[in-house]
Design a protein around this ligand. Sequence first.
Ligand code: FE2
Ligand code: FE2
Length: 287
Amino acid sequence: MTEPTKEPVSFLFSNSPTVAELLLKPISSKNPIVNDVKIRRLYLQASSQQWFAPQRIDFDLPVDLDPESRRVWTRFTEIFYTLEKMGLNVIANMMAKAVRKLKSEEAASYLSAQCYDESRHVFVIENYLKKLGAPPEYDRKYHILGQVASMGFYRVENWLFSTLFSENFASVFLRRAKAARIDKFGSEMCKYLLMDESRHLHFLHIVLPDILDRLSLFGKTYVKMSQFFIMKFTEIMSRSLETDAKVVGMDRQALLEEVFDNVERAYENFGVSARFLPFPKIAPSYS
Ligand SMILES: [Fe+2]
Ligand SMILES: [Fe+2]
């Protein structure tokens, strides 16, 4: 079960198989319900990819946007800030519960690295907002998302499945924002955040199939309902952002379609058919 790796590990200083075995071997925990070998490896990778924003991004870069684009990026960034801040609060609250539920010591190390990633995201976005001339403010309108994602029954399962949606949303948004009409600082910010969000998705692809396998029929139904609510809420909220998205060259409908497609593909990879999870209809673009 804890097969040592024979291949060189790119993020380790030494190529020695003995060192790899020493560092990659999971701490023994009794009957983890997830793959501890993969989680430990991801923890090491996450540790090797940590970055300190003021050393990576030039905070001196001017935000040279026309007034209309500045207004749009301020609005979008305020929402993104709220979602990341919510994500940070929720992961901090859910970490210990997840470790207990998954019976995985490796998850304790890994999730603490991911929690730090999220604090870094909040920090960078907060400073981008300051550069845009807007004080960072948590928008209570979106608070319900965090509650639905981490309260009620099946809290741990529900939270992890919700992050499959939110991490996909963040990744697609960041990739599209980077390619849109954005200033240099904003583009750099998207690039570095994207790298972390991809790793967060990797974690979910490791743990979710095992979690889904063990979930009762009632549990599955509960999680599905909560996922549907989160996606529906996002779809409705996004409608009012449509016109502003166009100003900077982003397409709300295409963005949501890409997110839903990614989530659907993930469920298919977990071995459940696309019919398992109902997706809300995306209102067409008016243009
Ligand atoms: Fe994040
Ligand atoms: Fe994330």
